[in-house]
Design a protein around this ligand. Structure first.
Ligand SMILES: Cc1cc2nc3c(=O)[nH]c(=O)nc-3n(C[C@H](O)[C@H](O)[C@H](O)COP(=O)(O)O)c2cc1C
Length: 212
């Protein structure tokens, strides 16, 4: 399929060129940053908020994207997970400096299926699997050695490489189902391009231009 964005040689973001569906547009940009070998292209800021609206943000890695949304994995007892339990909405931000591109995503969040999380967990290196089990993410721990002891204990427990490590129930994926996605392209003179896609009640996406 033709890459409509690369066809636009000046790198500007034009309503006439972009894909009608924002996920398609995201994939075009993402494929391009991956093809250029942009470091940590899949790193994104995840912003959640507590029940009383106090925001918190941190980086996570994008592990899948399709029309149903953006998937990341984490500990279901972490601070972000507690916030998502109480307030299942989030914002994501990607910034790809070499291409002067930013993408902002907002939407509702839900846990992915256990089967999907199992599949991803099994694809991970053994050390990452043990690390996910060992770390009570976001909890206060007495010292680093507490964590290392726990890890070593698990290494002993799962010393046989043949033994499959089961995904712990407290670890898995979330999907951010977008309702707004904004594409930002840096342009000279601070006259940057911003195109906002908004999901309408009929399931269609509208595109508006925002002032930079
Ligand atoms: C580049 C980068 C990628 C990260 N990816 C993840 C991730 O995919 N999942 C995750 O749980 N934490 C990831 N982390 C760690 C988080 O930023 C954060 O420290 C952790 O999830 C705990 O956040 P919380 O206490 O707000 O829940 C990443 C950190 C960095 C710097």
């Amino acid at each position: 399929m033709e890459d409509i964005v690369t066809l636009n040689k000046s790198g500007e973001l034009d309503e006439k060129d972009v894909a009608a569906h924002p996920i398609r547009q995201f994939q075009l940009w993402f494929d391009e940053v991956l093809a250029r070998g942009t470091p940590m292209a899949e790193a994104m800021t995840l912003c959640t908020a507590s029940e009383d609206g106090k925001p918190s943000a941190r980086m996570v890695l994008l592990k899948g994207v399709d029309e149903s949304g953006f998937v990341f994995y984490t500990n279901y007892r972490s601070r972000k997970a507690r916030e998502l339990d109480a307030n299942p909405f989030a914002a994501l931000v990607f910034y790809w400096e070499p291409l002067e591109r930013q993408v902002r995503v907002e939407g509702s969040v839900s846990r992915i299926s256990a089967a999907e999380s199992d599949k991803y967990f099994q694809s991970r290196p053994r050390e990452s699997q043990l690390g996910a089990i060992a770390s009570p993410q976001s909890e206060v721990i007495e010292s680093r050695s507490v964590l290392e002891d726990r890890y070593r204990q698990l290494e002993g427990q799962f010393s046989s490489e043949a033994e499959k490590i089961k995904r712990p129930d407290h670890w898995g994926g979330y999907r951010v189902a977008p309702t707004r996605i904004e594409f930002w392209k840096g342009r000279p003179g601070r006259l940057h391009d911003r195109l906002l896609y908004e999901l309408q009640p009929d399931g269609n996406w509208t595109i508006s231009r925002l002032a930079p």
